[in-house]
Design a binder for this molecule. Structure first.
Ligand code: SF4
Length: 215
């Protein structure tokens, strides 16, 4: 079953695409807009304001969701998840290489979570290794069938190139069993064939033949 994340979807600890249901649980939720601006969008040298924002974020139950939201939506200004814009910069840069298996597993379980490039590639490699049909991959990644076919082909090429570089011999192809042609035109009998007794013509022996000698 695939969950399309809505505000009513069961909570999993993972934020789905477009899911902002975590926001009301934030420690800053309901703050006056001007106060929130002053607290979470301070100038780089407003150390007091930065410290206050960080203190609030430190006690926030949705800190992780908040940080992920900022990273995935490329929000490079302000304080999110307790990190300033400067502190988040390396996270923004390295985001596409993030490989979080909880997200990959969540996708296998039908969740529509955000995947980075590395996580998405992991799903494609898994799909190829497990012999997924293109339709299944297309459904999982919410892409077209042709695109899924191309991705599976690329994954196959990658494995082939890797094996060639490592000198791994190609796996032997399984021979298909040919159906055996019937040897006679007669239909096969379900009963085992019975051996017919062989009769040899017996030569009549002479009544006068010497004893122990056949004529
Ligand atoms: S982590 Fe900070 S900015 Fe994010 S919701 Fe919580 S209090 Fe607000």
């Amino acid at each position: 079953m695939r969950y399309i994340t809505t505000h009513h979807a069961p909570a999993t600890g993972l934020r789905g695409i477009g899911d902002t249901s975590w926001q009301p649980r934030g420690a800053c939720y309901g703050m006056d807009v001007e106060d929130a601006d002053a607290t979470f969008f301070p100038l780089p040298r407003q150390h007091q304001a930065i410290a206050e924002a960080k203190e609030l974020c430190a006690a926030c139950p949705v800190r992780r969701e908040c940080l992920n939201y900022a990273l995935e939506n490329d929000l490079k200004e302000g304080i999110w998840g307790g990190l300033t814009a400067a502190e988040r910069r390396p996270w923004h840069k390295g985001l596409e290489q993030r490989l979080d298996y909880t997200r990959v597993l969540a996708v296998f379980n039908g969740r529509d979570v955000h995947l980075t490039e590395a996580e998405r590639q992991n799903v494609i490699d898994h799909a190829y290794a497990r012999g997924w049909h293109a339709d299944r991959l297309a459904f999982t990644l919410q892409i077209g069938r042709k695109h899924a076919q191309e991705l599976l082909r690329e994954a196959a090429d990658k494995v082939f190139a890797r094996d060639r570089n490592l000198g791994v011999p190609p796996s032997p192809k399984k021979k298909k069993r040919k159906p055996q042609a019937p040897t006679t035109s007669q239909p096969a009998s379900a009963e085992p064939a019975r051996e017919e007794p062989v009769f040899r013509p017996v030569k009549p022996t002479s009544a006068h033949a010497p004893f122990g000698k056949a004529v």
